[in-house]
Design a protein around this ligand. Structure first.
Ligand code: PLP
Length: 298
């Protein structure tokens, strides 16, 4: 097995969030600050890129290629990781070039990424074609997720267990599924609540496939699908409220697509069923703040 290439600063902090907990009526709430891991404005993709980049370097690659939406956090962090490692980066992004770059796209350009606009063509097909025609390139899958890179969140779960041995539940946004899969592999499905962001049509299948690739037994996953609203790109009212609440109680900034949805789900589930009084809940801050400045409705 290839060792991860260091790209961030670990362990990330685990911070208590007493004012947010009180506002929600939850006894004990912590924030795992994976947004504060160092590289390229941080986020969960850094841990996964440590594994993907190790594979790329082992194969002698000089260019990293990946794909995503125009506000992809994974694309931005791939560009940052490439810069850190002295590699080139090519980002295949959905749609057409906007008149004015915003949010993550500005950071992609600052980091020197070459951007290929896919229009309405299937992203992964275009990315594969780009990799075909560029010698010594390494293709990182959509969202940076593979059974190998999901080991990054096994690492994170071990870190968390050291920081809070009695932890009951981790709440995490689900996109391509690797982050949740890694947490489930280490903590068990009953201690992980995934929150669907609408990034993939079937998040159960996405997370299940990664677990399968990690040779994990089938798990009874819990994924909250109540926060998708009008779709992945939509900003919903509960998410807007969650962003305000985190900022106004803890000075904590979340993003509208991932962490905002995850907190909105936590709020809604606690209001509907309550969490156990002894519940020690960890909210995973998986980064994504630059996306706030690229979001059309904010
Ligand atoms: C900020 C943020 N949080 C969470 C996720 C979800 O991670 P995963 O793709 O591993 O499910 C993403 C994925 O793009 C993300 O950018």
């Amino acid at each position: 097995m290839i060792s991860p290439v260091p790209l961030g600063t670990w362990p990330t902090p685990l911070e208590p969030a007493p004012r947010l907990a009180a506002a929600l009526g939850i006894d004990k709430l912590w924030i795992k600050r994976d947004d504060l891991c160092g590289l390229g404005a941080g986020g969960n993709k850094v841990r996964k890129l440590q594994y993907s980049c190790a594979q790329a370097l082992a194969a002698g690659a000089t260019t990293l290629i990946t794909s995503g939406g125009p506000q992809s956090n994974h694309a931005r962090l791939t560009a940052a990781a490439a810069a850190r490692l002295g590699l080139r980066s090519v980002l295949v992004l959905a749609g057409d070039e906007p008149d004015r770059p915003r949010g993550n796209l500005i950071l992609d350009r600052l980091a020197g990424a070459e951007i290929v606009w896919a229009g309405s063509a299937p992203l992964e097909q275009i990315a594969a074609a780009e990799a075909q025609r560029r010698p010594r390139s390494h293709l990182i899958p959509f969202g940076g997720t593979s059974p190998a890179s999901a080991l990054a969140y096994v690492d994170c779960a071990r870190e968390l267990t050291r920081q809070l041995p009695e932890l009951d539940q981790v709440v995490v946004a689900v996109g391509s599924g690797g982050t949740m899969a890694g947490l489930v592999a280490e903590l068990g499905a009953e201690r992980v609540l995934g929150v669907d962001t609408g990034a993939t049509p079937d998040p159960y299948a996405a997370v299940g496939a990664v677990l399968d690739g990690m040779r994990q037994p089938p798990a009874r996953l819990t994924i909250d699908r109540s926060q998708i609203g009008a779709g992945y790109h939509a900003l919903t009212e509960p998410v807007r409220e969650a962003l305000k609440l985190a900022a106004r109680t803890e000075g904590l900034f979340l993003d509208p697509t991932y962490t905002g949805r995850a907190l909105a789900a936590l709020i809604a589930r606690h209001a509907a069923h309550g969490l156990s009084r002894e519940g020690r809940v960890v909210f995973l801050h998986s980064g994504g703040l630059p996306g706030l400045f690229g979001h059309p409705e904010v």
